[in-house]
Design a protein around this ligand. Structure first.
Ligand SMILES: *Cc1c(COP(=O)(O)O)cnc(C)c1O
Length: 414
C-alpha cells in the first residue's frame, strides 16, 4: 500500500530538472482542473452554487487563472489578494472579501471592485456606513461559539477571534435592513483540514436552521449561505480523500427538508475551500545533497523549510517519494532535512524510506497549498520557481526562482 502517487516518471523529472534546477514546486494542471470540475459538478443541483477559491492557499497568478477559467470565484482576505484576483480576471461578485481587523482602504478597494463584503464584526457596519456607505449586498461571518465544537485543527470557535455571535447576527441584519441594505448573505468557517464529510453537512444544518430563523424574525431574504472552506486532504498514505458527492447529497437533503418548506428556495450555496483545490496537485521537487550518520541518520536536501514551512512549523506530515524507488521496500529510517540554521528545518522525522543515495530526486507531496505561498527568505534563501505540468504534458515556468539580486530589490544604495 502506498496510496500516494505522483504523475511523473523518473525520466520525465530528470528531463525537467535539466532545464529547471531543483528545488522547485510543480503543479499538475490536469489534476487541478478535474478536481475543480468534480466539486462544482457535485453541487450542480444548486443553482448559483459557487466555490470561491481561498487565494491565500496558492496566490500564484497562473493557477488563479486556471481556476477562474473553470468558473471558480476568489475568496480574498486582503487588498493584495483582491489585486491578484482582479489581475487574473475575476471581478465583482466573483470575489468574496472575508477579512478581519480590516483597514477602511481595503474595504474601499473591495467595494470599488463590486466584491461581496463579508463583515467580521458588528462594529464594522457603522465603520463602513460612516466612512464609505453600505454596499447593497452585505454578508456576516457567524461564529457559533459554544453552540458548536470546531474541528481539531481550527480549534474551539469560542476561542476564535472571528465573526459575529448569534445575537449580533440578528441585530446586524436588522440594522442593515433599516439602513436600506437589500441583499444579504450568511457565512461561517469552522473547519480546517477536515476529512469527515458529515462535519460539513452539520455546518449546513447549523446555517440553514439559522437562515430560517432569521428570515422569519426579520423578514429578510438571505440570498446565499457560505459554508466556508476547510475540506481536508489525505496527506498520509491510508487516509481517504473527501467525497464531494457525499457532502453535496447531505447538504441537498437538508435544503429539501428545511430551506424549501420555509419558502426560502432558491438560495445559493457557496464554499470557499483552498487546500483541497490545489494542495494535492502541487509537488516540491528536490535533490539529495548529503547523507549523514551521527546519533540518527540524515538525508539532506537542496530544499529547506523556506520552500515548505508546514513540517517545520507544525509537524505536518508531507509524504516523500524517492523518485525511481517508489516500489522499493522502506528499509531505512531517516530525518529528511534542509539547510537552515534551525533544527526544526526537517521535512520528516524518523521517516521510513527506501535506501536513499546522494543525487536521488525526491518528490514531497501535497505542497500545492500553503507551500510556495508560505515561503520566506530566512538565511537569505531564495524562493523557488513554480512550474506547471500542462494538460498536454509540456512544462511551463509560471514563476521564476528569485535571484540574489532580488534580495536587494527593496533596498536603495547597494
Ligand atoms: C483559510 C480560509 C479558507 C480556506 O481554508 P482551507 O482550509 O484552505 O479550505 C476559507 N475561508 C477563510 C475565511 C479562511 O481564512
Amino acid at each position: 500500500m502506498s496510496g500516494k502517487t505522483h504523475p511523473f516518471s523518473a525520466k520525465q523529472l530528470e528531463e525537467i530538472c535539466a532545464s529547471h534546477p531543483t528545488p522547485f514546486h510543480i503543479y499538475d494542471e490536469n489534476g487541478i482542473i478535474s478536481n475543480a470540475r468534480k466539486l462544482t459538478g457535485a453541487f450542480s443541483w444548486n443553482e448559483g452554487f459557487k466555490e470561491y477559491f481561498a487565494v491565500k492557499a496558492t496566490p500564484t497568478p497562473a493557477i488563479l487563472k486556471i481556476l477562474a477559467e473553470e468558473g471558480l470565484g476568489m475568496d480574498c482576505s486582503s487588498e493584495a489578494e483582491l489585486i491578484l484576483s482582479s489581475r487574473c480576471g475575476v471581478e465583482g461578485e466573483g470575489i468574496m472579501f472575508t477579512s478581519n481587523d480590516t483597514p477602511i482602504k481595503e474595504y474601499k478597494s473591495a467595494i470599488d471592485m463590486g466584491a461581496i463584503i463579508n463583515l467580521d464584526d458588528i462594529s464594522h457596519i457603522s465603520y463602513l456606513d460612516d466612512n464609505l456607505g453600505l454596499p447593497e449586498l452585505v454578508c456576516f461571518r457567524f461564529n457559533p461559539g459554544p453552540e458548536r465544537t470546531g474541528n481539531v485543527i481550527i480549534g474551539d470557535p469560542k476561542e476564535a477571534k472571528y465573526g459575529f455571535t448569534r445575537e449580533q447576527l440578528f441585530e446586524g441584519y436588522k440594522a442593515c435592513k433599516e439602513k436600506g441594505v437589500k441583499r444579504f448573505g450568511l457565512h461561517t468557517m469552522v473547519a480546517s483540514n477536515e476529512l469527515d464529510e458529515s462535519f460539513f453537512v452539520e455546518t449546513a444544518r447549523m446555517l440553514f436552521d439559522l437562515v430560517v430563523e432569521i428570515s422569519k424574525e426579520l423578514d429578510i431574504k438571505i440570498e446565499f449561505v457560505n459554508l466556508g472552506g476547510g475540506i481536508g486532504i489525505p496527506y498520509r498514505p491510508g487516509e481517504e480523500a473527501v467525497n464531494y458527492q457525499v457532502i453535496s447529497d447531505g447538504v441537498r437533503e437538508l435544503y429539501e427538508s428545511t430551506i424549501k418548506p420555509a419558502g426560502l428556495d432558491p438560495m445559493k450555496i457557496f464554499l470557499e475551500c483552498g487546500r483541497v483545490i490545489t494542495g494535492p496537485y502541487g509537488y516540491l521537487v528536490s535533490r539529495v545533497l548529503h547523507k549523514k550518520e551521527i546519533y540518527k541518520n540524515y538525508v539532506g536536501l537542496d530544499a529547506c523549510m523556506a520552500n515548505l514551512m508546514r513540517p517545520g512549523m507544525y509537524d505536518a506530515y508531507h509524504h516523500i517519494s524517492v523518485v525511481g524507488k517508489e516500489d522499493q521496500e522502506k528499509s531505512h529510517t531517516y530525518d529528511v532535512t534542509g539547510s537552515l540554521c534551525e533544527n526544526n528545518d526537517k521535512f520528516a522525522i524518523d521517516r521510513e524510506l527506501p535506501e536513499t543515495s546522494i543525487g536521488d530526486l525526491v518528490v514531497i507531496h501535497d505542497s500545492g497549498a500553503h507551500g510556495h505561498s508560505m515561503g520566506f527568505n530566512y538565511n537569505g534563501k531564495l524562493r523557488s520557481a513554480e512550474l506547471l505540468l500542462k494538460s498536454g504534458g509540456q512544462v511551463q515556468q509560471i514563476r521564476r526562482a528569485e535571484t540574489y539580486e532580488d534580495l536587494f530589490r527593496t533596498i536603495e544604495g547597494f
